[in-house]
Design a binder for this molecule. Sequence first.
Ligand SMILES: [Zn+2]
Length: 166
Amino acid sequence: MSDCCSLAKDKPDSKKMAAAESPFCPACGEKGKRVDTQIVKAMLAISLEAVRGGAYRFCRTERCPVVYFSVDGVQTFGEADLRERVHQKHPFDEDVFVCYCFRHTPGDIRVELQATGESTVVERINAGIRAGKCACDIRNPQGDCCLGNVIKVVKRLQNGAALVAT
Ligand SMILES: [Zn+2]
């Protein structure tokens, strides 16, 4: 839990997939992101009796209703099964969190940009990370740090704001 937000991006994969496992989402066919089962357990709003023994992956595809799938392809969970709405499924929704630890939404980021012309959200998240206050591994549905997503949202809104201004 303590290293969940280490600013270094890529962690080496320690686990190997068994032969029968597939990294591809059974609904959309895109490759899912490997997640620790802990985040699936943390996100599920239903009884954890449903959790299977094997590994799960996270589907990032916006149009796909599946959030988590078991790598044996048998089980899927959608947003209706979860405690949180998922940024990747609503990247343009102003009210869906993009940072789950410090509760930032694209709407909040836009309001600050419009009021001040700049965004302090990345600095504030980094300060929170340095202070050891984040818990992305159990709060963010993707199971790790939100910063990449936040930076994308800030850039998109900055570009949008620039277009409106000219
Ligand atoms: Zn999918």
